[in-house]
Design a protein around this ligand. Structure first.
Ligand code: GLU
Ligand code: MG
Length: 445
């Protein structure tokens, strides 16, 4: 994929700076400073308890672990090179955790992604990531909006929310976010915003900033935005698919090769690595207690660990290069939802692809049909594993995954397991209705 040039706000003069971090539960947490404190926020950083890594998505709990307790203090440092202006005087910058000696904290998602990207670079590979973000507009308390005028992808949705759409597009542009498109989705009051590819850290930063823009504009219209994987029990799920392209030097590895559908040998290994690790990755990509309500066949959520060209039911959809695809060949990982921590999700995906290459994993056969139409015997014969909709099992798999631990490191996986296990143990017997109600605005900003 070709990257758009990031347009930042260097040299800008914010009155207020919002610095955010995304924690293992996928929550966006913030501190703000007045202008005079901006340099201190960048270095040595602002103090924060290690419990920030353990704040749970139910908006009240803390998932303490042996490593994360009430003792200790860390520093959040904002990356001023990644600062962007939300308006003339309000700036935003992504933050990263360090200890008081300036050493990166291993539970920090942005720092983890940086380590994975650096590791990829040492093997001569470079990645670009393009995000899709699905969300649902709700009333201020998360109520379903009246949507008598709505069709799947219908223009009625554009006209119903024209002012909102105009402002989102204008403010994204002003903030330096490269929006590819914003369109009504399948579900009532559901939209999708796709963002142009950038290097993995800038792309994840851009997604966080987009969520802030959406939250600010929605408020002005008396609305809120649900980033729940399943906002309403009887409605459509929300995904947060990531499009990944990989280059060896400057040469794309998902096209121009001798393999099936033009894959290079490295491209085959990378896709094999992703498919092979997908079950282990699920806890990071779609591990919240609500995620299982979306991770079902027939939802275009990629509920099967397999790959296929333009196959919307495969967890890994290969998008081919060609004149109709100026961004170039890429793989779309569909099994991600917006409750995931975007930095950890990208890190897990890139790490799995890199492991596939390092281990020269053979590419399984392409899945050319909807895997949801196959019998259990046919799935087993094709070695296609369905992803689980049972979140306690997903968390256990994440906990026991050597692959994930090798990619993200034990402290990060332990923190992810803690927050997700907290969710499944505190909300064990909930119906789809009570779960979706309880968590509808959990990941909102
Ligand atoms: N809403 C679907 C999901 O949960 C995705 C629909 C699409 O492919 O755009 O992932
Ligand atoms: Mg979509």
């Amino acid at each position: 994929m070709q990257s758009g040039a990031p347009s930042g706000a260097l040299g800008a003069d914010p009155t207020v700076l919002i610095g955010t971090i995304v924690n293992p539960a996928g929550l966006i947490l913030a501190k703000t400073v007045p202008q005079v404190r901006v340099p201190a926020f960048a270095s040595p950083g602002l103090g924060a308890s290690p419990t920030w890594h353990a704040f749970a998505a139910d908006q009240v709990g803390i998932a303490f672990t042996d490593a994360i307790g009430v003792v200790g203090d860390q520093r959040i440092r904002v990356d001023l090179e990644a600062m962007h202006m939300l308006d003339a005087t309000l700036a935003w910058a992504p933050g990263e955790f360090f200890d008081q000696a300036g050493v990166p904290v291993p539970q920090c998602a942005r720092g983890t992604l940086r380590r994975v990207v650096d590791g990829l670079g040492r093997t001569g590979l470079r990645a670009l990531v393009g995000h899709e973000l699905e969300f649902m507009l709700t009333g201020p308390e998360g109520q379903q909006l009246p949507s008598h005028l709505w069709a799947q992808y219908g223009v009625a949705g554009v006209l119903e929310h024209e002012a909102f759409i105009r402002e989102v597009l204008a403010e994204c542009h002003a903030a330096g976010i490269g929006v590819d498109q914003l369109h009504p989705e399948y579900g009532r009051s559901q939209f999708e915003l796709s963002i142009e590819p950038r290097d993995p850290i800038a792309a994840a930063d851009q997604l966080v900033l987009t969520r802030l823009v959406l939250g600010r504009v929605a408020r002005r219209h008396g609305l809120r935005i649900s980033f729940s994987p399943k906002p309403f029990a009887d409605g459509v799920g929300c995904g947060a698919h990531q499009h990944i392209s990989l280059m060896a030097g400057d040469v794309p590895i998902f096209t121009g090769g001798p393999g099936p559908t033009g894959l290079t040998t490295e491209g085959e290994y990378a896709i094999a690595g992703l498919v092979d690790a997908m079950v282990d990755l699920q806890g990071v990509l779609s591990g919240s207690v609500v995620s299982g309500l979306r991770m079902l066949p027939g939802q275009w959520a990629g509920a099967f660990a397999c790959w296929g060209v333009e196959n919307r039911e495969a967890a890994v959809r290969l998008v081919r290069a060609g004149p109709a695809n100026p961004r170039g060949a890429n793989v779309e990982v569909k099994a991600i939802d917006p409750s995931a921590n975007v930095y950890f999700a990208t890190a897990a995906i890139l790490g799995a692809a890199a492991l596939g290459i390092a281990q020269e994993l053979p590419l399984p056969p392409e899945t050319t049909v909807d895997p949801g139409t196959l019998t259990d015997a046919q799935l087993a014969e094709a070695d296609i594993r369905p992803l689980s909709a049972e979140q306690s099992a997903v968390v256990d798999t994440m906990d026991g995954s050597a692959v994930l631990r090798a990619i993200l490191g034990d402290p990060a996986v332990d923190a992810l397991v803690a927050v997700r296990r907290y969710e499944v143990t505190h909300f064990p017997d909930h119906t789809a209705d009570t779960l979706t109600n309880r968590f509808r605005l959990a990941w909102s900003v």
